[in-house]
Design a protein around this ligand. Structure first.
Ligand SMILES: Cc1cc2nc3c(=O)[nH]c(=O)nc-3n(C[C@H](O)[C@H](O)[C@H](O)COP(=O)(O)O)c2cc1C
Length: 275
């Protein structure tokens, strides 16, 4: 079995991160992934859409054992307790994906504060809810809150410049996401084969781990990430196409049917492109 420093750092069996994929919660996917021995990530971006996209919020809370009139801290409280309950007997490890783009920073703070509070209430939750994974914004400024509460901190970047910013911020695991990554991607078409070894070279050391993202989807591509110097791989599209994910059946089937030219990059939200 392939093991890496990522496995040792957070106590998972396989060096794989099941990517956070908003706007849906993927609460069931996170549980299934954690119980299968990879890092399961719950996505939180849908929690910010109660007023503007109530159908997204309703879909989010449906698998969180929460209610549509719950506020964000209450919904976070409920989903974390539910996830803990469902993974603890199998030793599953999970985290939350929180977008920290400037436009979403206020909500990100509310989400992270609520998560810290819930974890503090139950010492055993710390053995399972181990990771805060930030994305889509500048990591600098979040260290005291996230590391201060004892979480392993992961952050995703599309460039060496972004990786150096993570290093400055004190991120534990830097995820280098190439242009072929699903949904959020960079404007510049720097692909994983180029980006990942460059980020490894720039920032990997005894305290800082690097994982690849973008196009990693099976054992072969995971092995490639490790050979390129990474400590693991984050996989999104691959997990989107599972029975447990919240995405529509049509999307899942399109992923399975897609060929080599099946990727389309268009304008996404928070002013970034989306693959
Ligand atoms: C449908 C979809 C939604 C996504 N939403 C988010 C998100 O809310 N936050 C985030 O950090 N990354 C998000 N991502 C990116 C993933 O976390 C991950 O980095 C990416 O999927 C990796 O590339 P891959 O799809 O080739 O495996 C999303 C990806 C997909 C496919």
């Amino acid at each position: 079995m392939i093991k890496s420093r990522l496995c040792d750092l957070i106590g998972i069996k396989y060096p794989i991160i099941q990517a956070g994929m908003g706007p849906f919660s993927n609460n069931n996917l996170g549980v299934a992934a954690a119980n299968a021995g990879v890092l399961g990530l719950l996505s939180t971006s849908g929690l910010t859409s109660r007023d503007i996209q109530p159908f997204v919020y309703d879909a989010w809370i449906k698998t969180a054992e929460a209610n549509s009139d719950d506020d964000i801290p209450t919904a976070i409280d409920k989903v974390l307790k539910r996830t803990y309950r469902l993974v603890k007997d199998k030793g599953g490890v999970f985290g939350i994906n929180v977008m920290v783009a400037a436009e979403m920073a206020a909500e990100a703070k509310i989400i992270i504060d609520a998560a810290i509070r819930v974890r503090e209430e139950n010492p055993d939750m710390k053995n399972h809810f181990k990771v805060i994974f930030t994305s889509a914004g500048d990591p600098v400024g979040w260290k005291d809150k996230i590391k201060g509460a004892g979480f392993t901190w992961m952050h995703v970047v599309p460039s060496v410049k972004g990786a150096l910013r993570c290093k400055k911020a004190g991120v534990d695991v830097i995820v280098a996401s190439g242009h072929e990554g699903g949904f959020h991607t960079s404007w510049e078409p720097v692909h994983s084969m180029i980006l990942l070894p460059a980020v490894v070279e720039a920032v990997s050391d005894e305290k800082t781990l690097v994982c690849g993202a973008g196009g990693f989807c099976d054992g072969k591509t995971l092995a490639a990430a490790l050979v390129l110097g990474a400590d693991g791989a984050q996989m999104g599209t691959r997990f989107l196409a599972t029975q447990e994910s919240d995405f529509h059946q049509i999307w899942k089937e399109a992923v399975v049917a897609a060929g080599d030219r099946g990727t389309l990059v268009a304008r996404g939200f928070v002013d970034r492109p989306a693959g």
